[in-house]
Design a protein around this ligand. Sequence first.
Ligand code: URP
Ligand code: ZN
Ligand code: ZN
Length: 462
Amino acid sequence: MSSLLIKNGTVVTATDRYQADIYVEGETIAMIGAELDLSADREIDAYGCYLFPGGIDAHTHMELPFMGTKASDTFETGTLAGLHGGTTTIIDFAIQTQGESLESALQDWHRKADGHAVGDYAFHCAVTDFNDDTRKEIPHIIKEHGINSFKVFMAYKGFLMVDDRQMFELMEELVEHGGIITTHCENGDMVDRNIEKNLAAGNTSPKYHVLSRPAICEAEAAGRAIDLAHQSGCSLYIVHTTCEESLNRVKQATFRNQKVHVETCIQYLLLDESEYFKEGFEGAKVVMSPPLRKKKDQEALWAGINQNLIHHVATDHCPFCMDQKAMGKDDFSKIPNGAPGIENRFELLYSEGVVKGRIGLNKFVEMTSTGAAKIFGLFPRKGTIAIGSDADIIIFDPVAKHTISAETHHMNVDYNPYEGWEVQGKARTTILRGTVAIDDGEAFVGEGFGKYLKRPPFDPNH
Ligand code: URP
Ligand code: ZN
Ligand code: ZN
């Protein structure tokens, strides 16, 4: 079994920060201590660096077939880009095609990921067609596939959206078998009507994307999901929360002692709706659903992190190249929804969050890995630095500066929403299960290195 000794770094978890050496045997952490007097096959000096748990991004869409095209990162390119940026594990969505089974969606996703992903991966199962056959599949998916999280879309009417009856019955089923529901919250009918009216009025440019999907449309759906989850007793995780109005619904639920798990994404913290009002077709780069919001919403999200209302900062990584975005040149509703982010999430949250004093170091770790690991049953294998945990460790240089650019990123997409942004802090070395995967920008692992992660039934006490 090979061994690795990381010396002189500062270990940071969601709760602690201390100077220590880490000794790794095989794929896991064997020892943590001050000035460990051990020899190893390889020794790395991490002086001046933080040792963070490997990042977990609980919301990605690699190779997602969507809106007449396909997300441009494969499991290989997307997870490799993640490793470059300090993310060692993703949870991607295996999405049911309406009329087909959940099992067939999972087979599809395994076909895309197994033997191809470079980083570790798990799946959420997205239910787009809940009926008696789907219902019967749930226990098997939880027990045999090791999937405890089931997503529903409350929007994308006609191809992904479920109605309230389906969502409620799925919740009941999950309570019985140990699952958590995750919801894309937007009122699909309201969105559809707004799009219809805008197109009828000749409003076709990207700015009408945000104008068709106001915050109320998200908050109404979030409130509905929260109420149905409360009534059914099902645990709930709201994906890609963008606005103050949605957070207010979450806050309201705490008054009846309902815990709602909340995710936001890095773009909602850092970018705002003015992007859609730029000249020409620029706004298409950030056409995603829900859309970017106002500056006051960014403030509410940062506050929500510090108030423990938000548990994870993900990316919703779903990249499309500009020729794909051009499908909506004359009709904003045909612009494939989604944007890249997996490679930059970790450093951006550090640079804009920690360096700028918006969040502390422990919060940074909670948001980038521990929170998601606990909710989705990966903890303590992933999401922390502890004896027995997978040796997923980011040696992070907190002072290194660089400029984000599509010219140098590793994601398979021809633009970067953060083009030209100067960030402070960089993942210098990414270690995945004890193997140095990336060092100083060079990759030492390749296609197929990633492992599929089975997860136990949902534990509401974590
Ligand atoms: O615009 C987005 N978010 N695209 C990916 C699918 C989804 O809604 O998460
Ligand atoms: Zn979504
Ligand atoms: Zn998504």
